[in-house]
Design a protein around this ligand. Structure first.
Ligand SMILES: [Zn+2]
Length: 120
């Protein structure tokens, strides 16, 4: 099976090795940067501090924004995930260009070009 950008991320960050990454490629740079920050945060926390290894359970789009579900969920991990969520409100999930929330059948974040035909 050929590797796509999601497989590359899963290979690079072991704590995401089995994580569903159900988001558009436009969010790839944001997700990559966020994983880098999470990885640094995880590395700085003693391995057994929370009694379990860090793991990313899910990455998805919900109500238009990027959601990253981590366990255990510490204050520092939460801050990074929430920052990514708020930044995703302005990034087209198709091309990564400047976007905004579009309310159509589904709420999505799209640039003007990719908002066409979505009814927004
Ligand atoms: Zn776009």
């Amino acid at each position: 099976m050929p590797q796509d950008w999601k497989d590359e991320l899963r290979a690079r960050y072991q704590w995401t090795s089995r994580t569903p990454l159900a988001v558009g490629e436009g969010w790839r740079p944001l997700l990559t940067e966020t994983f880098e920050r999470l990885d640094a945060a995880i590395a700085a926390i003693p391995a057994q501090a929370h009694g379990m290894p860090f793991r990313c359970l899910d990455v998805k789009e919900k109500y238009g924004t990027l959601r990253i579900e981590m366990v255990p969920y510490t204050d520092e991990i939460e801050a990074i995930c929430l920052d990514a969520e708020s930044r995703s409100e302005k990034v087209c999930d198709i091309c990564g260009g400047v976007g905004r929330m579009r309310e159509g059948t589904w709420v999505t974040v799209r640039c003007d070009e990719h908002a066409k035909g979505s009814g927004a």
